[in-house]
Design a protein around this ligand. Structure first.
Ligand code: SAM
Length: 460
């Protein structure tokens, strides 16, 4: 499909004819395939060999380019959350976090499907918290699925218009805006992005970005870090959005620490006022078109507090016996807190528990911490999410190790041979990585993989 004519004209004006021509040629090429390993899962090296790793993504620990695109759908390790398929340029945002990222409170304001959320979750560790917000109710479910599968247990997923997130003023150390944009950087990968592009849409996106950035600024604490990114090339949505924000917030915005970017990476570094900016052009850096920027809110910036009357939290305390049963299923029970929402018990690392409770009084929380499961006659029937949790106590139940073929049958929710399973509840594993649960009763195995996640496609 041809590039939109007006896009080509605008690109010539912005970059000059020669640079724009090089970029257009790159947009007709093949996009690289890249993944990011989940650091809480083992066996990364063997996995990379099997997937055909060709090089490391230089700007992201755990990021790798593959020689070609495998069929991720038919790879059990993908379903076990061993890696996330993520475009390489996007992986750069991890470098823009403050140096000591562990324990930070990060708001990922436009988060679905969750590529950057999972990266931030890995960076902040169990003492930190990522609030991953998505405005779209369908997309928020995909985000929650990816968060469960990633298994760090330190993410709260909310579904809110950023304008309505009152009550969170000044609450976050980092606010990341990966803005909805006109998607010019995706033109190589995605014909739909070419078809949907129009100049009016660029203006519409820019106006929406201004509103999102205002909300983001409000929720950033004094001294906190603002990350802004888009996957588009035009100035109006990139440097323009930053200039307009700076005109509104004035000297409340200050520089962030320098970010080391070797020239060989091909990233075009720049400045827009106090913002440090980073541009990824596919003819210069190995990734799709991407723009990222970072600045801080001054320590002395005022934080206006909007008075908000919270709702009653949906989280109910648990009795001692139930807490004891839940404690059996995790490796660090003393580091966790448990409560119930509806009929499901949840666990959070102690450092996040109060914050998630407060959040649940202010915003619609779709998922948070780790869903432990439901209690029947004092025993936990584990939630599928618990299988993925990095803090699951593997000693709590027997593990059934399957072949790749058997694992794919399990993921299709088909029958699996009973011999592999002990009587009662089993953790279903492939190469030691958990995929879910199954219960053997006599000679029958009840496949407990969630219907909504099962593989529906057939292999070619
Ligand atoms: N950060 C995601 C990742 O790394 O996987 C990608 C985010 S995508 C570029 C932008 C997201 O913003 C979309 O999921 C879209 O639904 C959401 N969005 C759309 N309109 C929005 C608005 N007004 N406020 C906040 N988010 C919005």
């Amino acid at each position: 499909m041809e590039l939109p004519a007006r896009f080509v004209e605008r690109l010539d004006e912005q970059l000059g004819a020669a640079e724009a021509a090089r970029l257009r040629t790159a947009l007709d090429g093949e996009p690289p395939v890249s993944i990011r390993l989940n650091p809480s899962r083992e066996g990364g090296e063997a996995l990379l060999r099997r997937l055909g790793c060709r090089a490391a993504v230089p700007w992201c620990d755990g990021g790798y380019y593959l020689r070609e695109r495998p069929s991720f759908t038919f790879d059990a390790a993908f379903h076990a959350g061993a890696y996330y398929v993520q475009e390489a340029s996007s992986q750069f945002v991890g470098r823009l976090l403050p140096d000591a990222a562990e324990g930070l409170r990060i708001l990922d304001l436009c988060a679905a499907p969750g590529g950057k959320t999972t990266l931030y979750a890995a960076k902040v560790g169990p003492r930190g918290l990522v609030v991953a917000n998505e405005i779209d109710r369908k997309r928020v479910q995909v985000l929650a699925d990816n968060v469960r599968k990633w298994g760090t247990g330190n993410v709260a997923v909310t579904c809110c218009d950023p304008q309505r997130m009152t009550g969170c003023d000044g609450a976050f150390d980092v606010v990341a805006v990966d803005a909805p944009c006109s998607g010019e950087g995706m033109f190589r990968k995605d014909d739909a992005a070419r078809a949907e592009w129009s100049e009016q849409n660029v203006h519409r996106c820019a106006a929406r970005q201004d509103a999102i950035l205002d909300a983001a600024w409000r929720m950033l604490r004094a001294g906190g870090t603002l990350l802004y990114s888009t996957c588009t090339f035009n100035r109006e949505e990139d440097e323009g959005a930053l200039e307009r924000l700076l005109a509104r917030v004035g000297d409340e915005a200050v520089e962030a620490s320098p970010v080391e970017v070797p020239e060989a990476w091909g990233i075009v570094c720049g400045r827009t006022g106090v913002f440090r900016t980073f541009r990824f052009f596919p003819h210069r850096a190995e990734g799709e078109g991407f723009f990222a920027a970072v600045a801080r809110k001054a320590e002395e910036a005022p934080t206006p507090r909007t008075a908000v009357k919270g709702r009653r939290s949906v989280l109910a305390p648990l009795d001692r016996a139930t807490r004891g049963e839940l404690a059996r299923w995790v490796t660090e029970p003393e580091a966790m807190r448990f409560a119930q929402a509806g009929d499901t018990c949840y666990g959070w690392y102690a450092e996040q528990a109060d914050e998630v409770r407060r959040l649940s009084e202010l915003l619609p929380v779709v998922y948070s911490g780790v869903a432990m499961g439901q209690l029947f006659k004092g025993c936990l029937r584990p939630d599928p999410a618990l299988a993925f949790f990095a803090g699951l106590n593997r000693g709590a139940l027997p593990a059934a190790e399957l072949t790749e073929e058997e694992a794919l049958a399990y993921l299709r929710k088909q029958e699996v041979a009973a011999e592999r399973f002990a009587q009662g509840m089993n953790l279903v594993c492939r190469e030691g990585r958990a995929l879910g649960f199954a219960k053997r009763i006599g000679g029958r195995v009840n496949n407990l993989y969630p219907n909504a996640l099962r593989i529906l496609k057939n292999e070619d």
